[in-house]
Ligand binder design. Structure first.
Ligand code: 1PR
Length: 572
């Protein structure tokens, strides 16, 4: 795309701007980066991608001396695109960071969605694909198109928002509903900002970025352009269908997508010449190729799990970081990566080319490990084993240390970037009194081997290799209290069985927390997806084996859900 003027990106270092850069690159744009306040003053088109917490963002801008230059830029009405936090900081302040002033370009205060008074429980963060209810025509959505062709869905992930009732209506270009109508797009002349992430919103988002690049700045129309919005009623957050890629190196050292049956990823052992030959690591494809295929098939998110992370350090797992870099160049929906997100100590010699003294070691905090994944293109990180440890510590002490991987990553990158991967095993008890620590249990419809009518779910670590006495119900509540933003709820008993999700487990965990819950393990047909959404109220459903083995295309799942009137992101 030939542009008359350069594009400048304001990156203050707290987030995944690689996706935005890949979206610009897809439109043939290589942006400049702000390195000084003068770069802002001289910019002719500025993009501010916001990730992380309001206070962190504003303090970083102030520390770099950018705040006043940004305020002056906004007054000049030169083209400005703010994304997510980049919209919120345009306002006067936020309940997320009391006492921290925003840029004040728009009047109003950003509110905490957790404090919104609604009749039914509200899942926070607002995470997933929702529609926008446009108030008027705008070049941002369709050049010259006064009436929308499709409502379009965009990817939101935020816990704070500007209630539409508190915003200046002249600035509001679109609203979205989650508990209350909130501001999803603002526009004042050439200043536009979206609460959603256009760089993670598939083709609809890429179109929006393209229009900002090629149609801004533009003269305000002399008279209001007739407009009719297609979205009349409430907007509804879609349920997400997620593809999960368990990734590890095979015996030849190649990084492959594999799949466990109850977490055993090797083919059956064979007998050869009287000796037992270990089975190969199941190889279901190459990570980047499969991720691209799933994006094209309509996956709402892609999860990579580095399943040998209990022994490898992701910081040195360059192949995994490279998979993320290459995937994010072509996949414009959220990417989550898990495996090894924890404080990592490696021998000094292994951690630097200058070869530290033998015997020394270096510890990399979890937030740095996660930062490596974010800089490589991830939008969220998932924490498994270390989350169990942190939850136990918190439950025993009742106090937060502020030092756990969950807390430190949520503080810098926001709760919505922290997913907890739970690997529970079903355990039976004759009565609640028999459950270790009298932890939470449920009366099950599927009695145990000795007729037990109660069951609870034991958390495991190291990929199911270590069984603990920690109940999944207690663990997810502790992780939510520590600041986690989402639960990815696997189930070792169902993993790889195609027998359907463990509905009792998922319904129980969904009732335990306010944050979104992803159902995982056991999907065998499209009906299992409509069943789990109907039976548990979960926010997303994840599958691996049926997609990798091409038994069920993602499009067939979406089509089935659409027929069952489950709200999904679906363009037939
Ligand atoms: O503990 O923080 O290092 O993270 C390790 C991560 O790797 C965790 O998320 C853990 O669940 C995952 N993991 C470790 N070992 C295995 C294994 O399979 N040997 N994968 C493993 C767990 C769970 C899903 C599974 C879905 C869909 N796999 O990825 O694919 O349940 O299953 P389906 O095929 O039935 O649809 P840490």
């Amino acid at each position: 795309m030939e542009l008359p003027e350069p594009v400048t990106v304001l990156d203050y270092g707290a987030g995944n701007i690689r996706s935005l850069l890949n979206a610009l690159k897809k439109h043939g744009v290589e942006p400049r980066f702000v390195k000084s306040a003068a770069d802002i003053a001289q910019a002719s088109k500025l993009i501010f991608p916001g990730v992380g917490a309001f206070g962190q963002s504003m303090n970083a801008l102030e520390k770099m001396g950018y705040t006043e230059a940004l305020r002056a830029y906004l007054k000049s009405n030169r083209p400005f695109l703010g994304i997510c936090l980049g919209l919120q900081t345009l306002y006067e302040g936020s309940e997320e960071s009391p006492g921290v002033a925003g840029l004040g370009a728009f009047s109003g205060v950003v509110r905490d969605l957790n404090n919104v008074k609604v009749d039914e429980p509200l899942t926070v963060p607002h995470m997933g694909w929702n529609e926008i209810r446009r108030q008027r025509a705008s070049k941002l959505f369709a050049a010259g198109d006064q009436t929308e062709s499709t409502s379009g869905r965009y990817y939101f992930t935020h816990s704070f928002a500007i209630p539409a009732a508190e915003a200046d209506a002249t600035d509001v270009l679109a609203t979205t509903d989650h508990g209350v109508p909130f501001v999803s797009v603002v526009q004042r002349g050439n200043i536009v900002a979206t609460q959603f992430h256009p760089e993670k919103s598939g083709e609809a988002g890429l179109d929006l970025i393209r229009r900002f690049l090629q149609d801004f700045p533009y003269p305000e129309p002399s008279s209001p352009v007739p407009f009719q919005c297609l979205v009349q009623g409430p907007t509804v957050l879609a349920r997400r269908v997620i593809a999960c890629l368990d990734v590890r190196s095979n015996d030849a050292g190649d990084l492959v997508v594999t799949k466990g049956e109850q977490y055993d990823v090797r083919e059956r052992a064979t007998e050869e010449n009287g000796a037992t030959k270990r089975g190969e690591v199941r190889n279901l494809g190459k990570p980047v190729d499969l991720a691209r295929r799933y994006f094209q098939e309509g996956a709402d998110e892609v999860v990579f799990l580095n399943i040998t992370s209990f022994r490898d350090s992701p910081l040195h797992d360059q192949p995994m970081l490279d998979v993320l870099r290459r995937t994010s160049e072509h996949v414009f929906v959220p990417l989550c990566v898990g495996g090894g997100i924890r404080d990592i100590t490696v021998p000094a010699a292994a951690s630097s080319t200058d070869g530290g003294a033998a015997g020394d070691s270096i510890t990399y905090p979890a937030v740095e490990v996660a930062g490596e994944y974010f800089r490589s293109g991830a939008d969220k990180v998932s924490i498994g084993s270390d989350a169990v440890r942190a939850a136990v510590e918190y439950m025993q002490s009742g106090a937060k240390t502020g030092k756990t991987a969950i807390e430190t990553i949520a503080e810098v990158y926001g709760s919505q970037a922290v997913v907890i991967s739970v690997d529970p095993k079903r355990a039976y008890a004759q009565s609640p009194a028999d459950v270790p620590g009298k932890q939470h249990c449920i009366e099950t419809k599927y009695p145990g081997p000795d007729g037990e009518m109660y069951c609870w779910y034991q958390c495991t670590t190291a990929g199911g290799r270590v069984t603990t006495d920690v109940g999944a119900w207690e663990m997810v509540r502790a992780c939510e209290a520590l600041g986690a933003g989402e639960i990815m709820l696997n189930c070792i008993n169902r993993d790889g069985t195609n027998a359907g999700y463990d509905l009792e487990l998922i319904a129980d965990i969904k009732s335990a927390v306010r944050i979104p819950v992803i159902a995982s393990s056991g999907a065998g047909c499209p009906e299992h997806f409509s069943e789990v959404f109907a039976a548990t109220g979960c926010d997303a459903a994840l599958a691996a084996g049926i997609f990798h083995r091409k038994e069920v295309p993602i499009g067939a799942v979406k089509e089935h859900l659409n027929v069952k009137e489950v709200t999904v992101r679906y363009n037939p």
